[in-house]
Design a protein around this ligand. Structure first.
Ligand SMILES: O=C(O)CCC(=O)C(=O)O
Length: 285
């Protein structure tokens, strides 16, 4: 994969660990983003955890994406090489137990055999384990590769999450305005917010400029049919999708082919072995 960070040391850490933390928004950016959020928060659903791209309200998403992007792109261009925005959204964690976001990986936005995709997650308040910081599993992006379709992706580590939390998850405490930039294959998640205020973060997802923007989907209800449809987005409008339906009603979207879905199931021993092998220098992907 080609370098995505201007700073070679950041690139090295990103390749090894799957993430880096860097200064990102200024105090003024944070004020502006909070104002944008507050002005439109009535559009958000009343759920424990919520990402604005999940909204059913397309008009809301069309407003939110460019407003966040306009602020984030001034910061991203100092850090990233030739990267394009896929979607910019708010990730909202209300107070209470239902705001946990279990361990997961990002969906495939392109052909991950050829290109990385990566997200800058930036909290607008200081965060730690008590109020909704991210936890990551360092190096997990290097363990295996498979297409992560949307919706209803069957995660290979669905049965061993407690083991992963206990043995591998690392708390990433962050200051407001810092960005955790992580590879979409990295396993990550966040605990419930037990702080005093709602936790708002922005999510800016990127791809290398030359990578095609793809969506792998199946809306077929037959559990034995593993054929996925592969759509390519030719316009900058990925953020308008409704994840529960095919994107064939969106301008500039083309069905370019099909791919086979692979269902994997890891036991604790499988995961530990993959991790040990990777640490011993065996190339897994
Ligand atoms: O905002 C959070 O707490 C989690 C966000 C996240 O993990 C994601 O969007 O993939």
């Amino acid at each position: 994969m080609r370098a995505i960070f201007k700073d070679p040391e950041l690139q090295r850490r990103y390749e090894v660990e799957g993430y880096v933390v860097v200064p990102f928004y200024t105090d003024e950016d944070i004020r502006e983003l909070k104002n944008i959020f507050n002005a439109m928060s009535s559009e958000l659903e009343d759920r424990g955890f919520y990402i604005s791209i999940m909204s059913k309200n397309v008009e809301y998403k069309k407003k939110i994406h460019p407003l966040i992007k306009a602020i984030a792109e001034k910061r991203a261009e100092n850090i990233l090489i030739d990267s394009e925005f896929i979607s910019s959204s708010f990730a909202v964690k209300n107070i209470g137990d239902s705001s946990i976001f279990e361990l997961h990986q990002g969906v495939s936005f392109t052909d991950e055999e050829k290109f990385d995709t990566y997200t800058a997650w930036t909290p607008l308040i200081d965060v730690d384990r008590n109020n909704g910081c991210l936890f990551v599993l360092p190096k997990s992006h290097r363990l295996w590769r498979q297409i992560k379709k949307t919706p209803d992706f069957v995660s290979p580590f669905r049965n061993i999450k407690e083991h992963l939390w206990n043995e591998y998850a690392v708390e990433i405490k962050m200051k407001a305005g810092e960005a955790l930039i992580f590879n979409h294959n990295l396993i990550h998640g966040s605990l419930a917010n037990h702080g005093k205020t709602i936790r708002i973060a922005t999510l800016n997802a990127f791809k290398p400029k030359e990578a095609p923007l793809l969506l792998y989907t199946s809306t077929d209800k037959d559990p034995n049919n593993r054929e996925l449809e592969v759509y390519q987005f030719h316009k900058d409008n990925y953020y308008t999708i409704d994840v529960l339906r095919k994107p064939d009603n969106i301008e500039g979207v083309e069905l370019i082919g099909h791919a086979q879905e692979k269902i994997l199931t890891f036991t604790e021993e499988d995961y530990d072995k993959m991790y040990e092998d990777m640490m011993a220098g065996k190339v897994l992907i």
